[in-house]
Design a protein around this ligand. Structure first.
Ligand SMILES: [Zn+2]
Length: 494
């Protein structure tokens, strides 16, 4: 039997992120997703003889934002290289990438990570640093389509709209010791790229892709075991499950006296296992050499500093600030900073209410619930920060109860009207007039004389019943504290 605890995993990730430029990296073709097949092509991205690449300035800017967000140093001079291999969807027979002089290196991110229990719930959060070896620029290949097309039982189709779309490849050091560490890092990477607005970050749509190198070794040793490359990790869930499976498989092999083969394996979600795609003997030799059609990429210190100044507050720092400044839990702060737009929304509400706790609660429970049901982002709802703040103020002032406020928010969400208008037009103002309430309570008690007798004889749990009746009489508008106080008074008075 394999004994898990005696081993530790060593994992490194290679992430490809598609930059959201409007045009491709070496030509002016559109990067628009979903256009007709091969519509966005030209001699450059089709690899026709004699066509020359011209580097897209915006792609370099975006790569720089990503590099700085991940703590990388940008090299003043970097070099594009040809990575040679044959594949039908790679028309030039090589991919323009970067090799020994990459765009940026030596990054590091500090993030929160946690192992999870069997229900996927975090066990204990801790902060850990993960190093990034390099972040470089390259072009994407085209796409081969093997099914879903006419004649596809006999033919494959090639789609070049993706050919030449700008990518950054982000290579980590082998710093992850568990599948969840890799998962948390990958989540953070996506979030950071979205914060600096350079990548859509959708793994399912393929604009964020991940390969993993996995090996295991006995705890306490420092040498690396033989590593296996994992591909086809098309979602965060697949990534975590595939790593977990592979770690266990390797431990099992070693415990049974076997040997780990250096190979590339694919994850099959349907079967819940990895299987061999190719062994080391079939590994590519890419014969890299400097791209003769592109000069070295030279950037100035001033340009780098200008981009650094434009960076927003990064997601980890914003989360930690939310915890400290607003007293939020790590989970609440994480949700509220999951996107920049939501974090901005929250802070706009807090600025008006000066009540970080209530603002967080109304967004996290009520507003997000309504938004989810409507299939939109909470910050895109008709309830602007000002309007939500208006609702929270009405509760704080005692104009409406928290219960009524939920009804009001429902209507705000549907109609976009301010809380004040809805409360006024529908007569939802809380009843805080003691004389008025006392009259209502007396009516309720008279109508329930038998229960009142039972209550006075000691059946105290009937109290809740009376409260319910008063609330019904007032359509929920009675101030709950006042109802409680008056009821107690009238019931003991006899
Ligand atoms: Zn083109």
């Amino acid at each position: 039997m394999a004994r898990r605890e005696e081993y530790e995993a060593v994992i490194g990730l290679e992430v490809h992120a598609q930059l959201k430029t409007r045009s491709k990296i070496f030509c002016w073709c559109s990067t628009q997703f979903g256009d007709a097949p091969n519509q966005n092509t030209c001699p450059v991205c089709l690899g026709l003889p004699g066509a020359l690449p011209v580097l897209n300035r915006e792609a370099v800017r975006m790569a720089a934002k990503a590099a700085l967000a991940l703590g990388c140093q940008i090299n003043r001079v970097s070099v594009f290289s040809r990575k040679n291999y044959f594949y039908p969807d790679l028309p030039k027979g090589y991919q323009i990438s970067q090799y020994d002089q990459p765009f940026s290196e030596h990054g590091e991110v500090e993030i929160d990570t946690a192992e999870r229990d069997e229900h996927g719930r975090p066990i204990a959060w801790r902060r850990k640093r993960f190093r990034i070896r390099r972040l470089h620029l390259e072009e994407d290949a085209g796409k081969s389509i093997h099914d879903g097309m006419p004649d596809s039982d006999r033919a494959s189709y090639i789609e070049f709209n993706r050919s030449g779309v700008p990518l950054i490849e982000i290579v980590s050091e082998p710093d992850f010791r568990s599948s969840w560490e890799a998962y948390d890092y990958m989540q953070y990477l996506r979030q950071a790229l979205q914060y600096v607005d350079v990548c859509e970050g959708n793994m399912e749509e393929g604009n964020l892709r991940c390969d993993a190198n996995v090996s295991v070794r006995r705890r306490g040793t420092t040498t690396f075991g033989t590593k296996v490359e994992l591909k086809n990790l098309n979602s965060f869930r697949f990534l975590q499950r595939a790593l977990e499976y592979e770690i266990n498989r390797q431990i099992e092999v070693l415990e049974n006296g076997g040997e780990i083969m250096q190979e590339t394996r694919l994850w099959s979600e349907a079967e819940g296992r990895t299987y061999v795609m190719r062994s080391k003997e079939e590994a590519h030799d890419y014969r890299y050499f400097p791209e003769p059609d592109l000069p070295p990429l030279v950037v100035s210190e001033e340009w780098i500093e200008e981009i650094r100044r434009e960076l927003p507050e990064l997601p980890n720092h914003r989360k930690w600030r939310f915890m400290q400044q607003y007293g939020l839990s790590i989970e609440d702060a994480a949700t509220l900073t999951s996107t920049r737009a939501l974090a901005d929304y929250y802070e706009a509400v807090v600025r008006e209410t000066s009540d970080p706790r209530a603002s967080a609660n109304w967004i996290l429970s009520e507003l997000m619930g309504l938004a989810k049901a409507a299939g939109i982002e909470p910050f895109a709802s008709p309830v602007t920060p000002s309007k939500l703040a208006g609702l929270i103020r009405l509760i704080a002032e005692g104009t409406i109860s928290g219960k009524i406020a939920k009804t009001v928010l429902d209507e705000m969400f549907r109609t976009g009207q301010p809380a004040e208008t809805i409360v006024r037009e529908r007569g939802l103002v809380q009843i805080t007039d003691a004389t008025h309430l006392e009259a209502v309570i007396r009516r309720v008690l008279e109508a329930n004389a038998a229960y009142v007798e039972q209550y006075r004889a000691g059946k105290e749990k009937l109290f809740g019943y009376f409260v319910g009746q008063v609330m019904r009489e007032t359509q929920g508008r009675a101030n709950p504290q006042l109802v409680n106080d008056l009821l107690r008074k009238l019931l003991t008075e006899g």
